[in-house]
Structures are given as C-alpha cells and as structure tokens.
Design a protein around this ligand. Structure first.
Ligand code: FES
Ligand code: MG
Length: 583
C-alpha cells in the first residue's frame, strides 16, 4: 500500500517550532539555552519536527498508569524518524477516583491540553490517554489547535477473573452489588472479587466508555489499527506506540492535521461503528463536543439516523458476554469494520497514510462468536435511540441493546427522586410505593445540576423489588450512565431539571409514556398544567450550589447534553497561531 495523504496544493508554512528555536536573537537564546539544560545538543534545534507527547499518566488515574512507559516507546519512534520528542503532563482524570464526577473536569482537561499545545514550540502531538474522560478531553483540546495529532491509548486491562469465570469491569460490579442486596452473594465474596476484576494496568475491559472512545478514535482514523484492543500489557502495544512515534513525524512533514482526518463522514463512520460494537451512550456527549470544536454540523438525531441500519455484532459486556481480550484475539475493530464495510465511507483518510478501506483490506475475523457476521448479529437493534416529547424538548437517549425489549414501549406511574441523596435515602424504605411497572425518575443530575452530569442514571432497583426477582425497570434522568452499565435507562434528558426543563416538574403519580419505536417520551399532563408547574418552579428557582472556582465557571457556561456539555466559550477553535514573545 502506498502512503499518499499529503494534502495536494496545500502550502506548508514554516514549522511552529522554528519560530522559537530558529531565531538568532536573545529570544532564540532563551528558548534553546534552557532546553539545553536537559542535555540536548545543538542539532536538535536545526528545524527537525518537535513532537509534543501529551501525557495523562497519573497514579491516581489507574487506567492510565502504564502511559509513562508507553511514552518511552513513542519517543523511540520519533527519534528514529528524525523528530524530537518532548513529553509534557496535563490534567489527568480518574473515572473511579474523582468526585463529584470526572466529567465535571473533562472541559478543564480540554482547556489544559489546548493551551499547552498552542503555547509551546511544538509541531505535532501524540495524545496519550485512556480512561473515560481523558481521551475526549485531549481530542477536544487538540482539535481547537488543529496540529498534526495521533492518539496512543492505554489499552484494555486483561480479562477479569473470579473463581473460574471471566468478570467484566463495571458490568459485574453492578451485578454483584445487586446480588448482595438481593441476598444472593455474601459481603466477603463481594470484596474478594475486587482484586480479580482489576488484575492488570489498562482501561476497563468491557465495552465501557474508554474502549468505546478508543474504538471511535480508531474508526475516525486518528490512531494506528488495533490501538483500541491490544491489551495494555501486550508487547504489541509498545511496538504500536513506537510506530505511532514514527507516523507523527511523517504527519508533520506532510502537514496532515486533525481537520484533515476528522471530517463529518469520519464522525458518521464513528457513529456506525458505535452501533456495531455496542458502544457507550457517552459516545454521544463526546462526539458532539468534538464536532463543536471542529465546527462540524453534527446533531443529536444523527446518532439515531446513522445507527438505525446497523445491528450489534460485537458480543461484549455490557450488551453481551465477552471482554476486550477476546475482542482483540477475534480480530478487533478492523475485523468489525470489514464486516460493515458497505455502511462506511472507506475513502476516509487516516493517520497511517492509508484510507480506511486500504487499512481494513487484509483484516480477518478469527472468532465469529465474539465478532458476529451481519446475518447472525447479537441483536438487530443497536446504536442510540434519540427521543423527543414534552418531557425532553431538547432530546433524551436510550441504548436499546442494553434495555429489556418489553420495556421499550411502556407507560407507567412516576416515582420521583428529587436528588441522588433523596434516592439513596428512600429507595429501600419498605413504605416506598413502587412496583415493577413504575418508572423511576431522578432529577438534579444534569451538567449544571450535579454539577458535571455523573453516571448515576442506571439507578439500582429498590431492594424489595430485587428480592421479588425484578431485574429491570424503566428509569429516566438527566444523568449519564457508565458505559459498563445496562438496563432500560433513558438518559441525558434535556433541558435538565436544574435548568428548568420539564423534568423539574414531574411529580410522583404522574403518568409517563415511552414509545421507543416512535422515539417519544411524554408526561401525560395537559399543556396548561405543564406550563403552570413550570411557572411555579421558575419563581422558586434553587440557588446554584457552587459560588467560586472552576465549578462556578462550569455551571455558568456549560451547554446542555444535546450539545455535548462543552463550555459555551470553548466551542470552535483558535488555531495554532504562535503568539507574541514572552520576554
Ligand atoms: Fe478508567 Fe474504566 S474507569 S477506563
Ligand atoms: Mg465511566
């Protein structure tokens, strides 16, 4: 295959790094001399590409704890190709460690990444991320600068193992914790499962948000093939990191930038791949936010429209049975994309220098049970359904393959929780009036309300229903849910309750009608009653909970879920312009 993604007719301006290192005056002295403190000889500054390695390594983001070592392999490749690698740290976001939710800080990371890239004398960037919010934050920030960029991910953990069977990150936590509450698992066994679940470095090895996002990055052509699936501790990931270091130097030489790769068609390819792999609902938030940075017109409805014809092919938890190691050994994303090739734009340009079509030409599937054929899918329904109605004027979503088919059309009585604390206090009270036909409604968990839109939409069922053997109920909220979670869960209701959306005025006892086929979600009260309730709510609007700091900035400026929950002033791009001198 011949590499030919040099943009024809594009003029190539002087390298950004030379605007600092190529100067013979006092400013050039300052830029070079202090770098020489690290032992760099003169020829480092002779105009060769300077490659930033943007690292979210952190011991408190365990999923990214292997990235310090991965950076060393990227550097080998950069040196080999004649570039100069310079690693720098950015904010890291550990999904399982940060409160109130790592999502609150995704946009902060994006700002950090954007300004770190733009402010420094670098020509191209390698983004080292993995855990849920780290890759999206890096992509958003890098997109607003638009230098040549390539992603190298942490890679998934080894399959979880517990007492003779495979267990999946997150997915089995929800299952085990419900089993404990239903009296089917002991507390000691529950704790014993912890070390079996997370037994190597890497990201969650279910098709959670991290693996979803890395699959979408691979579908968009922003990384080398198999980046999403090679296990974190497999030596082939180190080799791929090395190769990515070589490729970024070529991308700088050919001036191939993020905007040349992430086009609207690449985003649509990603939406289709999300359906075929059974990806997380969080894909919606992150792709919308990325499109906003690139000023590509992507609408919430596009997720429904473009995933409608695609079945679920990948039998991975939470929608199916297997885990990321199985996925990689079965052929990974190239095998999936080959099977759905007729649905994809195969002319899309990728960072490998080959088109998507060329890249998957030789892909093979080695296990048709893990990666099914189109005529034998895991489920016919996949992707994301986008709902509208008087309860969600700006949309809501559901992942149909995570839901119970019987609940995809359901009318029931609302049982309302005003906040997550209200839910925790009352959910197990014997006097709570609730049965399996009820619809659990949770408020106050949107972007502004929590703040940060946490992954609490998959509320655990009340204990008395679990004890009766109830496994699923319809749940509605303005929250997100973990990519590892499952259930009949309607999420991302917009506008959120705390912004005065109709969700704010749902009362226990109201009837709610959900019709998945019709994509509708309605509160069965009259328009007049709805308007009266909203008027009353507005006259008693609750005061915001944060008065200073980043959280205040976030609450004041965050967009709703249907726009990807970016901060309003971060939408769009400022480019890679080198600003005035520092001294
Ligand atoms: Fe980090 Fe799942 S918690 S990838
Ligand atoms: Mg998550």
């Amino acid at each position: 295959m011949k590499k030919n993604n040099k943009t024809p007719g594009k003029s190539h301006p002087p390298r950004r790094s030379q605007l600092s290192y190529g100067k013979s005056d006092k400013d050039g002295f300052i830029h070079r001399s202090w770098m020489k403190a690290q032992g760099y000889p003169d020829h480092i500054f002779d105009g060769r590409p300077i490659i930033g390695i943007c690292n979210t390594w952190s011991e408190i983001t365990p999923c990214n704890s292997g990235l310090r070592e991965i950076a060393e392999y990227v550097k080998r490749g950069v040196w080999e190709a004649g570039g100069v690698p310079l690693e720098f740290p950015v904010t890291s976001l550990g999904e399982t460690q940060m409160r109130p939710t790592a999502m609150l800080f995704r946009n902060l990371l994006a700002m950090d990444v954007e300004e770190s890239i733009r402010g420094n004398p670098i020509d191209g960037v390698v983004l080292l991320g993995g855990c849920d919010k780290t890759t999206p934050g890096q992509l958003m920030g890098a997109a607003s600068v638009n230098l040549p960029s390539i992603v190298v991910s942490s890679g998934p953990m080894l399959n979880g193992k517990f007492r003779g069977r495979d267990i999946g990150s997150g997915t089995d936590v929800w299952k085990f914790s419900e089993a404990v509450r239903a009296g089917e698992m002991s507390q000691d066994d529950f704790i014993a499962a912890e070390s079996g679940m997370s037994r190597s470095r890497g990201v969650c090895m279910t098709m959670g948000t991290a693996s979803t996002v890395s699959n979408l990055v691979e579908a968009m052509g922003l990384c080398l093939p198999y980046n999403s699936s090679i296990p974190a501790v497999d030596a082939r990931r180190q080799a791929m990191a090395h190769m990515s270091g070589r490729e970024i130097v070529r991308l700088v030489q050919d001036d191939v930038r993020i905007k040349d790769i992430v086009t609207r068609n690449a985003l649509i390819n990603a939406i289709k791949v999300n359906a075929a792999v059974g990806g997380s609902t969080n894909a919606v938030m992150h792709l919308l936010a990325l499109a906003g940075r690139l000023q590509i017109d992507l609408q919430l409805e596009d997720f429904d429209r473009y995933s409608r014809d695609l079945p679920l092919l990948v039998d991975l938890m939470p929608s199916g049975r297997f885990l990321m190691e199985d996925y990689h050994y079965a052929g990974g994303l190239p095998a999936v994309m080959k099977k759905i090739g007729s649905h994809l734009d195969l002319s899309a340009v990728t960072v490998s220098g080959h088109t998507l079509g060329e890249q998957i030409e030789e892909a093979e599937c080695y296990n048709n049970t893990v990666i099914r054929n189109l005529d034998n899918p895991v489920t016919e329904n996949s992707g994301i359904w986008v709902l509208r109605g008087n309860l969600c004027p700006r949309g809501a979503i559901i992942k149909p393959n995570a839901a119970s088919p019987a609940l995809l059309k359901h009318t029931g009585r609302a049982v309302v929780f005003e906040s997550i604390e209200d839910y925790h206090t009352r959910k197990d009270r014997p006097e709570l009036e609730i049965d399996e036909h009820s619809i659990m409604v949770l408020k106050g968990c949107g972007p502004k309300g929590y703040p940060g839109m946490p992954e609490v939409g998959n509320m655990a069922l009340p204990k008395k229903l679990l004890e009766k053997g109830v496994k699923d109920m319809l749940r509605i909220s303005d929250a997100r849910m973990s990519g590892t979670a499952f259930g009949s869960v309607i999420l991302h209701v917009a506008p959120e309750a705390s912004a005065g959306g109709p969700l704010a005025v749902v009362q226990t006892g109201d009837l709610i009608e959900f019709d998945g086929e019709a994509r509708s979600l309605n509160l069965k009260i009259s328009d007049e009653e709805l308007q009266n309730r909203l008027r009353r709510w507005n006259s008693h609007r609750p005061a915001p909970t944060y008065k200073r700091g980043y959280a205040k900035l976030y609450i004041d400026t965050v967009l709703q879920a249907d726009q990807g929950a970016d901060l309003d002033f971060l939408v769009g791009a400022s480019g890679d312009e080198v600003s005035r001198e520092s001294h």
